[in-house]
Design a protein around this ligand. Structure first.
Ligand code: SAH
Length: 442
């Protein structure tokens, strides 16, 4: 009886009661009138719930209540009412309300059960404790960003743990001391988080990436970071695009380095968000080298690189006992736009080759691999926009792949996988969000 716990005085009007309601009446939790509903029952009420087993009566109650401007909920027919009763996870003063818009109360209850497990029982006590320090923290940290950082640290640190362990007094002392210490310290330098966002599917983010996305003050992101991932960044964080402009030049690496340093020196927590893994063809090394020169603290969070993500979502294992004992990640084009690789090393049997940034050079890549000894019928695949709802997989062989790509309308980013493992795609593929699957059998 959530209403009763919230302090409501409840009047039940019904000719008969079900067993549950009977117990409430017997326990004196609600007042009860043993008769049918009459309009005068609505007088002096604040909230009306029509939950009889007669749909006509429920509808009439709803209409009368609405005419009087009273919020009304109709059980099992939410559209007739003007308000809903959500499932509630109650950690007062913290409350989480769950609604499915009337679609499925059972689903709401299941979600509630999961949240009940997830949210520590003492969350309410933590909120109460923190409330008592709000005014003081506001005086200590007039700057909103600094204040938010203070609270984020406190609410994830030992003080919160102390509350969860039932030691509220210890937690209070810790908070008091943290506020005093903060007053003595000068504002600190910011920090840079170099974070891999994975190949596109937001479910492939790491927990750490998600947590840092929630606490960053400013996010500097690349072209490859997908829109659903950007949606997970904290609303209040400033966003700065540092990719290539459509048909324009790429933002120079030096500019990005200088930007990260300037923002960190302003005391901000800067999230540098990159597609895939920051240390795989991601210039992550160059960016942190300049941070080290400037003495700016940083951390690096790995991401799922395009090769792993695309291979998994295309059903192409990069290694396989029968087909490939090694796997080489290669960049298909150099800064000056040419393709210049050690073809002897690449044209080996029993290894898988993964070419990043290979779309423009695919003709040269396939030609060189053949002329350095790989059979023309070596299987080869191109995966476009891998792991996203727009994923496309083109499968052919070294001889036919360039022509197939030319005739298709696939869009970047694309990855090329060459090697016997590509044959497994036919049997192992499982993720097919779009219809456009093309296969050319050799
Ligand atoms: N650091 C990134 C790679 C950056 S280089 C990583 O670890 O994945 C950019 C190249 O990555 C693109 O040209 C493309 O070859 C590849 N790539 C990135 N995301 C991709 C995706 N969703 N599907 C296919 N290829 C992708």
């Amino acid at each position: 009886m959530l209403l009763q716990r919230a302090g409501a005085e409840i009047l039940v009007v019904a000719p008969r009661l079900d067993r549950e309601m009977r117990t409430c009446v017997d326990d004196g939790l609600v007042r009860y009138l043993a008769r049918a509903f009459s309009e005068s029952d609505l007088e002096n009420q604040t909230l009306v719930i029509a939950a009889t087993d007669d749909a006509t009566v429920n509808r009439r109650i709803a209409e009368l209540a609405k005419a009087r401007g009273l919020p009304v909920n109709v059980a099992d027919e939410p559209a007739l009412g003007s308000c809903i009763l959500p499932s509630v996870v109650d950690r007062s003063p913290v409350q989480i309300a769950i609604s499915t818009g009337g679609a499925s109360p059972v689903l709401a209850r299941q979600l509630r059960a999961r949240l009940e497990n997830y949210v520590p029982a003492a969350y309410g006590r933590l909120a109460e404790l923190v409330e008592g320090f709000r005014a003081q923290a506001k005086r200590r940290f007039p700057d909103g960003a600094q204040r938010r950082r203070f609270w984020e640290q406190m609410l994830q640190g030992p003080a919160a743990e102390a509350v969860f362990a039932g030691r509220v007094d210890t937690a209070r002392d810790m908070l008091r001391k943290a506020l005093d210490d903060a007053a003595a310290k000068p504002p600190s330098c910011g920090e840079v988080y170099l974070v891999g966002a994975g190949p596109g599917d937001p479910d492939l983010l790491t927990f750490r990436a998600l947590r840092l996305m929630q606490q960053a003050d400013v996010v500097v992101y690349d072209r490859l970071v997908s829109a659903p991932i950007l949606d997970l960044i904290r609303c209040g964080a400033e966003r700065i695009y540092a990719g290539k402009y459509p048909r324009g030049p790429r933002v120079a690496q030096e500019e990005i380095n200088a930007l990260l340093i300037r923002l960190a020196k302003e005391g901000k927590r800067v999230l540098r968000l990159k597609g895939g893994d920051p240390f795989i063809f991601g210039r992550g090394g160059e960016e942190i080298a300049t941070l080290i020169d400037e003495g700016i603290p940083f951390q690096v969070v790995p991401g799922i690189t395009a090769a792993s993500g695309c291979a998994a979502y295309a059903g192409i294992p990069l290694t396989h006992r029968d087909y490939a004992q090694a796997c080489v990640f290669v960049t298909g084009h150099r800064q000056d736009g040419t393709v210049d690789l050690n073809w002897e090393m690449l044209a080996h049997p029993r290894q898988t080759l993964v070419f990043y940034m290979g779309l423009l050079g695919v003709g040269i890549i396939c030609e060189q691999l053949i002329s350095h000894g790989l059979p023309p019928n070596t299987p080869a695949a191109m995966i476009a926009q891998g792991t996203t709802p727009a994923q496309r997989v083109l499968v052919a062989d070294l001889e036919k792949l360039p022509g197939l790509i030319e005739r298709s309308d696939i869009k970047a980013p694309t990855l090329i996988i060459v090697g016997e493992v590509v044959r497994l795609h036919d049997r192992l593929r499982w993720f097919s969000p779009s219809e456009g699957e093309h296969n050319v059998k050799s």
